[in-house]
Design a protein around this ligand. Structure first.
Ligand code: SIN
Length: 501
């Protein structure tokens, strides 16, 4: 590995509008390993602005060998970090939290330019991502074990860091999906190597620079980027020094990582795909339900795992509900996330647009009606798709079997409330579900019967650092954030003492 020169750095961010940053030194194009920004021997790859498809930077690409060296750096650093005190870990996380918040506007600008979400929303994500660091700064000193009286023996239960943790994170939340894993690992005394998505390395590298400034010791937090995710993923999931693998992304990739990590029996936390049902019962407050539904489907342009893919609405209120949705969605401005007033940005790339188009076309061919949108907005650029409402979507449409990842509301009418749980659960996925009703007993009954890790009752705002985030079935295993998030990075050890009288 060689450290690159400032001249190379300048060339690598030629296309980036640096005037948008208060502190352009946050823009990094080398990977962060052992406390230094370094490049490897595997060339570089381009980062594009999804709003314009312009190249904004070239980032150093790592392959298998460089990944192995990053794991070695994390292993070396684990030898001392595991002995750090909880207060020490809490303090450095607090400094990282403060640094993220102080640089929140720059982080948001970097995120919008490489990911596309509107600036205000990017700022919201930075604050949300920082809240995980805040939360785990507190958890570092709160996490404790236990004690049991076993008659003639005593049991001490202690929590110890699992070791080097490897993470693979997605492009849809370039800050929050890193911080909710990294902060938990660091709080537990683990060291961490993260491979961010190829589309969003710049935000991850800016987080690394802030971690360095915050005094997170060298090798505790490492960021490795690369244009060959399979090669890096294989090394991360098979290297025996890695003791835990954590991934947010598709179910298919999650299965591959689980299979690969089985040979060294790694612990795993998988946040995989979803196909969230959102159920609007006859007695729901339709206005409130519509506000929440649109917020859920336009957050990050519908590109979230907890986005409602199937919107089941009781037949008797379906038309009124669709009118409420239309009233909210129609005025939403679509465009480049840096432009003022824009609330829906581009999708991540042309393939994402193609997928959304194919879902809409499929539903329409099976009888759905387009109430709003239903168009590729080519006049804005290659990656824009109009906020869309479809009604009378049928159960055999692609919306009912594949995650769409776009700003499309697929409204499916239903008549029989007793069948709705079965219809909602008729999927291999189980991440999030939502129910809208004014009846407490229905909310309780349906909320408990839905097969998903998270259920929103009259709310779609599930995401919160203080609450456990995670799915069941093929949506994954383990939970992140909340009171148990740190446990994912700890081994629970039982120490037995003889207690002869
Ligand atoms: C996602 O995984 O797509 C959603 C993340 C969140 O809401 O925290």
């Amino acid at each position: 590995m060689v450290t690159t020169t400032a001249g190379v750095m300048e060339q690598r961010v030629e296309g980036f509008p640096r005037h948008l940053l208060k502190d352009p030194s946050l823009l990094k194009t080398e990977n962060f390993v052992g406390g230094e920004f370094v490049s490897g021997d595997s060339g570089s790859f381009a980062v594009f602005n999804p709003a314009t498809n312009e190249e904004i930077a070239r980032v150093s690409s790592f392959g298998k060998e460089e990944t192995r060296k990053a794991i070695e750096a994390a292993s070396l650093s684990f030898m001392s970090w595991k002995k750090s005190t909880p207060s020490n870990r809490s303090d450095v996380l607090r400094k990282w939290y403060e640094a993220i918040n102080e640089n929140a506007e720059d982080l948001s600008a970097i995120m919008t330019l490489e990911q596309g979400k509107p600036l205000a929303e990017a700022l919201g994500e930075v604050r949300y991502g920082a809240s995980y660091v805040d939360w785990f700064s507190g958890e570092a000193v709160r996490s404790s074990g236990g004690y049991m009286d076993l008659d003639n023996r005593r049991a001490m239960l202690i929590r110890q860091p699992v070791g080097v943790c490897a993470a693979i994170t997605p492009w849809n939340f370039p800050v929050a999906m890193i911080t909710r894993k990294a902060a938990a690992a660091i709080a537990a005394g683990c060291t961490f190597v993260v491979k961010p998505a190829e589309a969003t390395p710049l935000t991850a590298l800016a987080l690394a620079e802030l971690a360095r400034r915050a005094g997170i010791p060298a090798g505790v937090f490492n960021v490795i980027c690369g244009s060959n995710p399979k090669e890096i993923g294989l090394e991360l999931s098979t290297n025996p020094s890695v003791k835990k693998i954590t991934f947010t992304g598709s179910t298919n990739v999650g299965k591959i990582l689980l299979e690969q990590s089985a040979s060294t029996v790694k612990r795993a936390c998988m946040e995989l795909g979803g196909l969230a049902p959102l159920i609007v019962l006859e007695d729901a407050d339709l206005k409130k339900a519509a506000v929440q539904t649109v917020a859920n489907k336009t957050r990050n342009g519908g590109q979230t795992c907890i986005s409602a893919n199937r919107i089941f609405v009781h037949k008797s209120v379906a038309d009124s509900f669709v009118s409420e949705l239309e009233e909210i969605m129609k005025p939403m401005k679509v465009g480049n996330g840096v432009d003022s007033g824009v609330v829906v940005g581009p999708l991540i790339n042309a393939a994402a647009v193609e997928k959304v188009k194919s879902h809409v076309d499929d539903a329409v061919s099976k009888g759905a009606e387009v109430v709003l949108g239903g168009k590729h907005l080519t006049e804005l650029g290659e990656n824009f798709y109009a906020p869309t409402i479809l009604k009378n979507v049928s159960m055999d449409s692609l919306f009912c079997c594949e995650e769409t990842f776009g700003p499309v509301l697929a409204v499916i009418p239903f008549e029989n409330e007793d069948e709705i749980i079965e219809r909602a659960n008729d999927t291999d996925f189980g991440l999030a579900s939502y129910v809208f009703t004014e009846s407490l007993s229905k909310a309780m009954r349906i909320g408990e019967a839905l097969e998903s890790g998270m259920v929103g009752i009259n709310s779609t705002a599930l995401s919160d650092a203080r609450a456990p985030f995670g799915g069941i079935k093929q949506s994954g295993m383990g939970t992140e954030g909340g009171p148990t998030g740190i446990h994912e990075y700890q081994n629970l050890k039982y120490v037995c003492f003889a207690a002869d009288s």
